[in-house]
Design a protein around this ligand. Structure first.
Ligand code: C5P
Length: 238
């Protein structure tokens, strides 16, 4: 029944609530994203428990960014755990260091392209070169792939252009900003339905609030899984 194209973002208040959510979702969900908010409150122990005791796949969303030696050491430390995906910023020297740290392990290194919270003004403020945000995102994805990233994180909007890159062959595209047809957007602005994201060449969608905030999370997850497999959902939201 579970389909690992759906990754549930476990943005709940603490590890106990995370465990409860995983128990409620049961065999409907096989892949969880654990982010910084949870990691600073026992999230690594939760990740290991979900992996070892419940057989789930784990995506640690740490968005590491530091000097190469530190990134390499951090990733080497993490790769002793049997986890699946780890995010680092997509700057080529960061990706290369992370890949060194993960050498010989199954941990997949995913590069963050451009945070979807950033707009052109933020990029100007940070002295990032002029140009269209979407173009910069696609270029950063290409450079992350060239540096050896196993995949990248991007908004659903740029997914099709990134999938079309020659470097994207055999690499993973993972996207948040996914909302089932008719769902509340929350603070997400540029969204796609699950089926649209998959049609754009995305391998995994990350969905948080539409599942963990739902009155019945398992039912919400099942509805998304159904949408993933129904091409008419692409048409219905276009
Ligand atoms: O609740 P929602 O479905 O919006 O959660 C999306 C998840 O993906 C959250 O954990 C959020 O932090 C993460 N994310 C995002 N946009 C990014 C990077 C990560 O929404 N650019």
């Amino acid at each position: 029944m579970s389909d690992d194209r759906l990754i549930v973002a476990m943005d709940v208040p603490n590890a106990l609530a995370g465990l409860k959510l995983a128990e409620e979702l049961g065999n409907a969900v096989s892949f969880y994203k654990i982010g910084l908010g949870m990691l600073t409150g026992g999230g690594l122990a939760l990740a290991n428990e979900l992996k070892e005791e419940h057989g789930k796949r784990i995506f640690l969303d740490m968005k590491l960014f530091d000097i190469p030696a530190t990134v390499e050491a951090a990733v080497r430390g993490l790769s002793q755990f049997n986890l699946d995906f780890l995010t680092v910023h997509g700057d080529p020297y960061v990706v290369r260091a992370a890949k060194e740290g993960a050498a010989g392990k199954d941990l997949k290194i995913l590069g963050v392209t451009v945070l979807t919270s950033l707009d052109r003004d933020n990029l100007d403020e940070a002295m990032i070169r002029e140009g269209d945000l979407a173009e910069i995102t696609v270029e950063r994805a290409a450079r992350a792939f060239d540096a050896g990233a196993d995949g990248i994180i991007t908004s659903p909007n740029e997914a099709a252009a990134i999938r079309a890159l020659p470097q994207a062959e055999g690499r993973l595209i993972v996207t948040p900003g996914v909302r089932p047809y008719g769902a509340e957007l929350g603070d997400q602005k540029r969204v796609a339905t699950p089926a649209q994201a998959i049609a754009n060449g995305v391998d995994h969608i990350v969905v948080g609030r539409p599942i963990w905030k739902a009155p019945n999370p398992r039912q919400a997850a099942m509805a998304i899984l159904q949408e993933l497999n129904s091409p008419q959902a692409v048409v219905s939201n276009s």
